[in-house]
Design a protein around this ligand. Structure first.
Ligand SMILES: NC(=O)c1ccc[n+]([C@@H]2O[C@H](COP(=O)([O-])OP(=O)(O)OC[C@H]3O[C@@H](n4cnc5c(N)ncnc54)[C@H](O)[C@@H]3O)[C@@H](O)[C@H]2O)c1
Length: 357
């Protein structure tokens, strides 16, 4: 990696779509970051962004010229916000060039290539942070810190309903709803419970004909069972009309913890007809605005060596990816999946890889 003049890191941002623009805004606010490259197929969009923000030192380049980023000794890390099917190619090139990587989820389209990326990163001792942004959300972190209050956990529920529905061009290359959406909830539940589940059962359906035509789904219910007896339930939708619904509830022997949907405004009107709240946040940009900033700050701290442990380990990403695959397989077979057996089936000769344990 490059040298960190005054703890400032030099970064390249790949992809300036929905997620890339959120990271772009946060990079502008972070005094520890110098944005050296913007890489996107859409050069006009990238140049407009550069000009609007007077980023005179930032270079705009096309994806086919990305070797300039990897050959630049002053680049410390890259942020990947391109379509999911391009992640591995970019991440591997960056890791091989010694650049730290913050990659949007899912890191790869397959478990094998997720493992390959982590092997390469581990070999070179390169930070590779998979963007499970909910782990950085102050409200969810507060729930995590308080989880001991409720004693032995008995059940956990998450509900994640997307708003607005992403365009079909995105859904087509998203890797499917299990890897694109459920993976966040699976990661969150594993993290909260601190155990590996033993079984999974899924029911899913596509209510939207264009999504059905892709062989994908827009509505998913997943039930997981853990060795301690905890039961987890995940409720997902691709298309929620009242806003971006993101809740998590954990019930234990001494009570209940609930991370509720924040309202856009905390002012509530109460009258004879009842109480009226403001709407909930429109989308991920608003709901997780602080989480995305914290995620960038963690990546910068990893690059500068201020923290030495990535808060999403290789094991976390690999296990969440495995669970997304197992949940999808349960939907396809209509059967409860025994996760111990499935683990051996999916990882075969790799099942003893230390990255998985
Ligand atoms: N963590 C989250 O909350 C969250 C939310 C949305 C999307 N995502 C993830 O972010 C990634 C991007 O999703 P999006 O919704 O921003 O997509 P998008 O389609 O809005 O944007 C993708 C951008 O990448 C550019 N691009 C395409 N190929 C490229 C390449 N090879 N090199 C450089 N740029 C390229 C496109 O021109 C476009 O500007 C996906 O992996 C998705 O799963 C994460």
């Amino acid at each position: 990696m490059g040298s960190f003049a005054g703890n400032r890191v030099s970064l390249a941002l790949f992809g300036l779509g929905r997620m890339g623009l959120i990271h772009f805004e946060n990079l502008q606010k972070n005094p520890n970051v110098r944005l050296k490259y913007l890489v996107d197929l859409d050069q006009e969009k990238a140049n407009n962004l550069k000009d609007f923000h007077h980023l005179d030192e930032t270079k705009v380049i096309l994806p086919q010229d990305d070797h300039f980023v990897f050959e630049d000794p002053n680049v410390d890390g890259i942020i990947i916000c391109t379509p999911t099917d391009t992640h591995v190619h970019i991440a591997m090139a960056a890791i091989k060039a010694g650049k730290g990587v913050l990659c949007e989820k899912p890191l790869a389209m397959t478990i094998e290539s997720t493992l390959e990326c982590y092997r390469e990163a581990t070999k070179g001792n390169i930070p590779l942070l998979c963007a499970f942004n909910r782990r950085f959300d102050p409200q969810i972190r507060d729930m995590y810190k308080k989880r001991d209050i409720i004693g032995q956990v008995q059940s956990i529920k998450t509900c994640s309903r997307d708003s607005p529905r992403p365009p079909m061009s995105y859904i087509k290359i998203s890797g499917g709803m299990f890897h694109d959406c459920a993976v966040h909830d699976l990661d969150l539940i594993r993290w909260m419970i601190g155990e590996e589940p033993i079984s999974v059962y899924t029911a899913a359906h596509a209510h939207i004909p264009e999504i059905a035509a892709l062989g994908d789904v827009d509505t998913i219910f997943i039930v997981l069972k853990f060795p301690s007896g905890v039961i987890a339930h995940i409720d997902l939708s691709r298309d929620c009309k009242y806003g971006y619904h993101q809740t998590c509830e954990m019930f234990g022997e001494n009570g209940n913890l609930m991370s509720d949907n924040p309202f856009k405004s905390a002012v509530h009107f109460a009258g004879v007809g009842g109480t009226v709240n403001d709407v909930i946040h429109h989308s991920f940009k608003q709901r997780y605005s602080e989480a995305y900033q914290e995620e960038i700050a963690h990546f910068v701290a990893l690059l500068t060596g201020q923290v030495d442990k990535c808060c999403v380990s290789p094991n976390d990403t690999l296990r969440a990816t495995f669970l997304a695959q197992a949940a999808e397989d349960s939907w396809k077979s209509g059967e409860v999946v025994d996760l111990k057996e499935h683990f051996q089936k999916i990882f075969k000769n790799n099942s003893n890889d230390p990255l998985l344990w």
